[in-house]
Design a protein around this ligand. Structure first.
Ligand code: ARG
Length: 294
């Protein structure tokens, strides 16, 4: 019996764009039509959940909290692997209030048997969860973004806690402030990435690690549309509405792409991957998905 991938989502009932901590955030645009954007956000969140369940996932929803609008992006809450969770330390005070709430949520999952160990990065060791730490099932290592939100020092902590290699990638642009905005590792070993988001050194590391035929370059439009910020399960990919080009390239590789209109969340600088946290990610299970995909 195969278990469904389990994804955490947070209700959008407290979502709004009320401050600016990345260049995509536009509180002025939001406040021009608060009710309209709010309603669109509820619909987009429901549509994403439906697309994810349609692609084979089980979605667990938790409520958000007043005054913490970016809780709808639980990818930033923690790094998860093999029943171990390491809770984030947010760089900006606007999001730091999320930390104790996510600690509680993950402790609750631990009590239910989903996790064995829940800890948190040390105080001052900024690391923004799975958004800056992406598991590569093919290569059996994490890719870690740093230089915008997360700090390089967090990488050794991640390596220690999970006992797996972590490959650092320095991010060069405030527009692509989390690794998940510009980097996607797929089950068949392909990596979709947006080169201008990375320093020259980080680009060289990607080229040295991923064979040329497995590297897919995202266009400016793909990146600006948050299409690189996608959820991949087996041969299914769920993302913000893709351009035809990207859909076709992924289709040729055997992937089925489901596009969802996530525009209210893009106003806060987030897409499909940001809006989820994979809770049951394990080395072994992902290796199985990987073998099945070959
Ligand atoms: N407004 C949020 C922030 O700036 C968006 C987070 C998007 N999440 C992500 N994993 N990229 O923190």
């Amino acid at each position: 019996m195969s278990r469904k991938p389990t994804l955490l989502m947070i209700d959008a009932g407290h979502f709004e764009v009320s401050y600016v901590i990345n260049p995509w955030m536009t509180p002025e645009a939001w406040s021009k039509d608060r009710m309209g954007h709010f309603r669109a956000a509820q619909a987009a969140s429901a549509a994403l959940e439906q697309a994810l369940t349609g692609a084979g996932a089980e979605v667990i929803r938790l409520p958000g909290a007043p005054g913490l609008p970016d809780m709808v992006f639980p990818a930033n809450a923690a790094v998860v692997l093999d029943g171990r969770a390491l809770v984030a330390r947010f760089r900006y005070p606007e999001r730091q209030g999320e930390e104790p709430l996510f600690v509680d949520a993950l402790e609750l999952f631990k009590a239910r048997g989903l996790f064995e160990v829940v800890e948190q990065y040390p105080v001052g060791c900024f690391q923004e969860g799975a958004g800056d730490c992406i598991w590569d099932a093919t290569r059996q290592h994490f890719w870690a973004g740093y230089g915008q939100r997360s700090i390089r020092e967090a990488i050794a902590v991640t390596e220690d806690f999970f006992g797996v290699p972590v490959v650092p990638l320095e991010l060069a642009s405030p527009r692509f402030y989390h690794l998940d905005t510009c980097f996607l590792a797929l089950s068949g070993g392909e990596v979709v990435y947006y080169p201008p988001a990375f320093t020259k050194e980080a680009q060289a590391v990607i080229h040295a690690t991923v064979p040329k035929e497995k590297l897919i370059e995202a266009s400016d439009e793909d990146a600006a549309g948050f299409c690189v910020n996608a959820v991949n399960m087996g041969k299914q990919i769920v993302m913000a509405q893709p351009r035809d080009g990207l859909r076709a390239v992924l289709g040729e590789r055997g992937y089925t792409v489901t596009g969802v209109d996530l525009s209210p969340f893009i106003m806060a600088g987030g897409g499909a991957y940001c809006m989820t946290l994979r809770l049951d990610r394990t080395r072994a299970a992902d290796a199985q998905v990987q073998r099945a995909a070959q």
